[in-house]
Design a protein around this ligand. Sequence first.
Ligand code: DLL
Length: 441
Amino acid sequence: MNLESSVIDCHPASAPDYMAVSELNNLQLQRLRAVTTLAWDHVKLFRGRMDERNIQPKDIRSLEDIAQLPFTTKADLRDTYPFGLFATSMKDVVRLHASSGTTGKPIVVAYTQKDIDVWTSVLVRCFSGCGLHRGDIMQIAYGYGLFTGGLGAHYGAEGLGATVVPTSGGNADRQIMLMKDFGVTAMCCTPTYFLHLIDRAAEMGVDMKELPLRAGVFGAEPWTESMRAHIQKMSNIEAFDIYGLSEIIGPGVGCECRRHQGLHIFEDHFYPEIIDPETGATLPEGCEGELVLTTLSKQAMPMIRYRTRDITRILSGQCECGRTLRRIDRIGRRSDDMLIIRGVNVFPSQVETALLQIKGTLPHYQILLTRNQGLDQMEVRVEVTPQMFNDKIGALQELHRKLQSALDHVLGIRVRVALVEANSIERSEGKAKRVIDRRTA
Ligand code: DLL
């Protein structure tokens, strides 16, 4: 790791990261009132729900009063497709993005010019918190287009003053060639795509550790500490976790700083709460639950108490970096990606953590679910290192035994383990597809 520690925390755009908490809370309350008024005045669905509860924006007198406001869910976005939750007229909307739903219609999100400026500013704060600055050469390999990753990171990197290489996703060989030829110093993509680039670079005879690359800003999907360790070891970079979702703005709702002790939420624009996903009750700081976010400054499509389905907790205490912004824990799972296998709750992240602790495996795996005579079957396919594959059969059997016992232990159910050759699991340019569910087929 060779990041310089100068410049880092003194980018002028980062000033709000250090605001006194009382000042921040005043600003949040003032903005909460304004955004509630905007939604009440212009969004029918929100007005209706407020009326049902017999409350009005003027009833918001303190930040705690947010708990009186109704939740918004992904279903609300689908039901009002495409433009039903917009609070401004279309002539003020300068950009639309959409996120592909797993079923049916996508969800649509809108931005005014001011929303784009806010989005850019939070990404500038993300990147400068990662130690990046003018002079860095940043390759953006998140998908450009309707997905918020590419354009979001692009504007942020330009706002920072960095040199942007807008490769979008795909064509790994070209990505690696440009990283090398342009002297790229920071990479922005999904963590699984970066893993793929590491493998491909090795095959091409390019040593990632020898490149000027020193940082990676990875997000859009859950990843683990073990994956971070693997990435850092294989490429000699500092890997940062960035979080966001289209409904709120896109990437840049929160990001790690160089302390890597949770992700700072840009609380002057996005107000976080943690709730019990079953009851909807607000949980105290430190408790794990579902993250709920309210946009405090969004104009085109304000979101009030949006239920993200992402499971995390708000970390207590202030970060050693000096930022006053609260932090959330790394998001390991969603409340709705839980698999129920023969009655037992299984999260893909548990599988990943177990696998990566065993030497000889690669961080590429897939879970295949089938149903046989009414009984769920789960198979975990794991790639093993080429050395392991070419080694004696005894070594593979031993690895298989270790994996089987680690998975039995962590999951509490018997699963089938299949060891497969390196590169045999299909790679994704964006979010990895970890689970193939054929149970209804
Ligand atoms: O994935 C925005 C984004 C782009 C974030 C680039 C970071 C980097 P959506 O496609 O709407 O937006 O998906 C949002 O992805 O609710 C989480 O479940 C998941 N997610 C995003 N970032 C992380 C992360 C973009 N760092 C959904 N860790 C969210 C875990 C993440 N999950």
